[in-house]
Design a protein around this ligand. Structure first.
Ligand code: FES
Length: 258
């Protein structure tokens, strides 16, 4: 088992606002703890100061974007922690630690396909904003909830983008085939994927089959975010256990097993 605890900056920042989108999706903005230099794909742990012992752990969120004044996260309300985060009030203070983990590669001029599944769209907002040559980027977004629930339109205004809607389980084979074809078509470039596990597995298999360079961002439950609790372990390409928070959350496609 690899332990890789790292020193991490913990800050207290003010809550600036939250916008609820249809379907319990929330965009949460906090005062920026000087993270302009974060790397898209990195994440942060959040814990409001007033949470009591009944919610003793922070919650991990991919950083959606950051500017000089604020840092933004995008999530869906799925439990007590996210529900309470969605109800923060002006000037509530939040303990935040990060930016954590590694991030996506951003090679200039390389044709890069962004594959997002559902909530996996979150890190790509900042990725597009910070990329040195955004004209080399294209997005394909597979989603179940209504398109207005996600920050898709903001991305579609910045780069070529297409959305594929899974309206029912019957649409799944069509979506899988579409992802496979997209990966195959990206042979001379780079594929970056973020989404649920079956989505990532599809990307990984297609990338392996067609020898396409790909990076995958993994989602895991996390408690510490810094490699100390071993709560987020997966197996790497050599069959060794590694912590997703410390070695990921972004892995080269062949460096992780599902
Ligand atoms: Fe604690 Fe990864 S080791 S969350």
């Amino acid at each position: 088992m690899v332990r890789n605890c790292r020193e991490v900056k913990v800050r207290e920042v003010r809550f600036l606002g939250a916008w609820e989108e249809p379907g319990d999706f929330v965009e949460l903005t906090l005062e920026n703890p000087d993270w302009d230099g974060y790397r898209p794909g990195q994440f942060a742990m959040l814990r409001p100061k007033h949470w009591g012992l009944e919610l003793s752990w922070g919650r991990p969120f991919s950083i959606s974007r950051a500017d000089a004044d604020s840092v933004t996260f995008f999530f869906q309300v799925v439990g007590r922690g996210t529900a309470r985060l969605s109800r923060l009030k002006p000037d509530d203070e939040v303990i935040i630690w990060g930016p954590l983990g590694n991030g996506f590669s951003a090679p200039a001029e390389t044709p890069t396909l962004l594959l997002a599944g559902g909530m996996g769209i979150a890190p790509f907002r900042g990725y597009v904003e910070k990329h040195p040559t955004p004209e080399a980027l294209r997005l394909v977004f597979a989603h179940r909830a209504s398109i207005g629930s996600y920050p898709y339109q903001l991305l579609a205004e910045a780069i070529p983008a297409e959305a594929v809607h899974e309206k029912s389980p019957d649409d799944l084979p069509m979506i899988i085939e579409r992802i496979q074809n997209e990966v195959r078509g990206a042979k001379d470039g780079l594929v970056l994927a973020c989404g649920p596990l079956p989505f990532l597995k599809t990307v990984q298999q297609a990338a392996r089959e067609h020898k396409v360079r790909a990076e995958l961002s993994l989602e895991r439950s996390m408690a510490c975010g810094v490699g100390a609790c071993l709560g987020c372990v997966c197996k790497d390409g050599q069959n060794k256990h590694v912590q997703v928070c410390a070695r990921g959350p972004v892995f080269k496609s062949d460096d992780v097993q599902f």
